[in-house]
Write a protein that binds this ligand. Structure first.
Ligand code: ZN
Ligand code: ZN
Ligand code: ZN
Length: 149
């Protein structure tokens, strides 16, 4: 009787651990890479790397998948996590060279990346964002190609 009960409790515990593990999700801030268990917790905090200035806005969720390497959407530079990526300033930032931080690309990894404005294709984000876009929303050649998700 006692032995049987012990087994039931072990099963309940094991099931709890497995379900808890499967349900656990990570949400990262796209500006600083901080990790929280849900979006409510994430956006409760103010971000030290917010584009408006340190602490001038809240953490915002990165909406892509978890990856082994994260690429900057503006220049294609790669880092092992979002915190490392967003620590650096971007030479191809839309506000001007070094005027803002790298921002993680939220799309999936691809063998070819297409520009969301004109459809030109390149083998990686660094090559794509090296070129100016004839169909950029700011005007022809007024901004760089941007990778579609
Ligand atoms: Zn943040
Ligand atoms: Zn960059
Ligand atoms: Zn383009």
């Amino acid at each position: 009787m006692n032995v049987h009960r012990r087994w039931v409790w072990l099963l309940v515990l094991a099931a709890g651990i497995v379900c808890g593990g499967a349900a656990a999700e990570n949400f990262y801030c796209r500006y600083c890479g901080i990790r929280r268990g849900d979006i409510a917790q994430l956006t409760a905090g103010f971000c030290s790397r917010h584009p408006a200035g340190p602490g001038k806005g809240r953490h915002a969720p990165y909406e892509g998948s978890e990856k082994t390497q994260y690429s900057c959407v503006y220049c294609g530079v790669k880092r092992g996590d979002i915190a490392q990526l967003t620590a650096g300033f971007c030479s191809r930032h839309p506000a001007g060279p070094g005027k803002g931080r790298h921002v993680p690309y939220e799309g999936s990894e691809k063998t070819q990346y297409s520009c969301v404005y004109c459809g030109v294709k390149r083998g990686d984000i660094a090559q794509l964002t090296a070129g100016y876009c004839p169909r950029h929303p700011a005007g022809p050649g007024k901004g760089r190609h941007a990778p579609a998700r």
